[in-house]
Design a protein around this ligand. Structure first.
Ligand code: 2RA
Length: 337
């Protein structure tokens, strides 16, 4: 039956992608309500030949709502997700608020769809970098246990929001014009520059973004002993994240075997031309559902080692598409609660 759906954070880059995908994927909606910050309340949004007026966030807004896509940051999620669940809604939360809560499934539908069975009203969308990584690790784990992951990320400005994407463009223009370069949204100028991810620094010397990859990857792959080490970097790219990944299995694997697995895995395309030195680039994945994987090669010093490179659209599969795929999975199982 068509559903009443709410998007909290409707004006953000992920909220906008949710609107686009809910329409193109023909998600069964009988009513869509859009909620955003006070500065956006009253704005009219055109969606599926309807004019929808943006509403303020309050308790009543969740009445009779079946599914809430929460995409307004952890603070809003912490406070309003329990209220939405108490109103009878199922919440798919794009923030980090509940991702490590043992009662909350953390889901990449292609990898651990079975996890949705234990939800109690909240399901968490993993961090964008984790979605892209586990989409590849999931199928590979089926061929043999993965002991260790070492990776570096090359994260686009979109991960810091729409204003950060705009700032990258304006600072880059300023750079070329030789004018003033101070950043306001990002911690430093990203014009022809890069910097280590500026999420809060933990006492162990890793930042919050890196620890998200450690903890979320372990939860999604159900492998608490998996060793993960991440180095997260913000780079001057608009909306696609890239990752250089080094995987150690507990047994040797052949590249043909790995290629065959990834080629047949949903949501992954292989872009790989060693002769032409052509591998995935952010421009290959912008606005696309699939992520691109390439440059598969065995480690130089360890037969159990595999190295690869991936690129994926941070706003789409890294956030909005994965959230909708979780909702579609719930629908296929009749929104069990
Ligand atoms: C980032 N993954 O890219 C985080 C939040 N989307 O900064």
């Amino acid at each position: 039956r068509p559903l009443k759906v709410a998007i909290v954070g409707a004006t953000g880059s992920v909220g906008q992608e949710l609107l686009k995908l809910l329409s193109t994927r023909k998600f069964p909606i009988r009513e869509l309500i859009l909620i955003a910050s006070p500065s956006s309340v009253g704005q009219v949004v055109q969606w599926n030949n309807q004019k929808i007026i943006i509403q303020a966030l309050n308790e009543a807004v969740f009445n009779n709502v079946d599914v809430v896509f929460m995409s307004a940051g952890s603070g809003i999620s912490f406070r309003w997700t329990p209220i939405a669940v108490a109103s009878g809604a199922i919440v798919i939360d794009n923030s980090s608020a509940f991702r490590l809560d043992p009662t909350v499934p953390l889901v990449v539908p292609e990898v651990n769809p079975q996890a949705i069975a234990y939800h109690q009203g909240i399901l968490a969308n993993p961090n964008c970098t984790t979605i892209l990584l586990t989409l590849v690790l999931g199928p590979l784990q089926s061929r043999g246990e993965i002991n260790k992951i070492v990776l570096s990320t090359y994260q686009s400005a979109s991960g810091a929001g729409t204003l950060a994407m705009q700032e990258l463009q304006s600072l880059s223009r300023n750079f070329l014009d030789g004018t003033e370069l101070s950043s306001h949204v990002l911690p430093y100028s990203l014009a022809f520059n890069l910097f280590l991810h500026n999420s809060s620094m933990q006492s162990n010397g890793y930042c919050e973004e890196e620890m998200k990859m450690v903890n979320e990857t372990r939860k999604i792959l159900s492998s608490s002993s998996l060793s993960v080490s991440a180095n997260c970097v913000r780079v001057p790219i608009l909306r696609a994240h890239s990752e250089a990944v080094n995987i150690t299995f507990n047994n040797p694997m052949s590249l043909d075997e790995v290629r065959a697995i990834l080629t047949s895995s949903t949501g992954i395309e292989i872009i790989e031309d060693f002769d032409g030195n052509r591998f995935p680039m952010p421009t290959d994945v912008n606005g696309r559902d699939s992520i691109a994987v390439g440059r598969l090669r065995k480690g130089l010093n360890d037969d159990n080692n595999l190295e690869l490179w991936l690129c994926g659209d941070q706003i789409r599969k890294g956030a909005a598409l994965n959230a909708i795929q979780i909702a579609e999975l719930l629908l296929s199982r009749d929104l069990r609660k």
